[in-house]
Design a protein around this ligand. Structure first.
Ligand SMILES: [Zn+2]
Length: 170
């Protein structure tokens, strides 16, 4: 029995408002049941079906699309275990960004996307703030600690404390 609202470890906040899902009674094209949580972001494939959170978690979308190389993300990833790669690209809901980016990996493990640099949670997270200030400072773009920075994509280790910030200008 799959929950309507499964936990996605690489995108743990995917159900927050304005992220990857909205509540919907529309039918999911994959499982033919009411979506409950409907994925609102794109699928990088020929078809653009309605997809529910359950089907993303189950990994049934690739078979439905008859496409082993579709993805919910327009990203680059360093070489990782093929199972992790499939989980990240095909079983993790998308994140809205202006441009393609590199999904960060440490010690062979993708990090979890925790939010954008203008999310309140991120703005109140001092470690995240320091990393944002450092990364943008290296680009010559001064960001004050605690200031909203919508161009920052903030990632944190699933089982660790290290952060990586990707810059995504519009
Ligand atoms: Zn479904």
């Amino acid at each position: 029995m799959t929950t309507d609202k499964p936990f996605f470890r690489f995108n743990p906040n995917a159900f927050e408002k304005g992220r990857a899902f909205e509540q919907s009674s529309d039918q999911c094209d994959v499982c033919k049941k009411p979506a409950v949580w409907r994925h609102t972001l794109g699928v990088y494939a020929v078809l653009e079906p309605e997809i529910c959170a359950r089907c993303i978690f189950d990994g049934t979308v690739a078979a439905f699309l008859e496409n082993d190389s579709f993805a919910f993300h327009d990203i680059e990833v360093d070489e990782i275990d093929p199972e992790l790669y499939t989980e990240l690209l095909q079983r993790t809901p998308g994140i809205a960004t202006f441009n393609p980016f590199t999904w960060p990996v440490l010690d062979g493990m993708p990090l979890a996307f925790i939010g954008y640099g203008d999310d309140l949670d991120v703005m109140s997270d001092l470690r995240a703030q320091k990393e944002i200030a450092k990364v943008f400072g290296e680009l010559g773009d001064k960001v004050l600690l605690g200031a909203p920075c919508p161009y920052a994509l903030v990632f944190r280790e699933i089982d660790g404390e290290r952060y990586i910030v990707e810059v995504n200008y519009d």
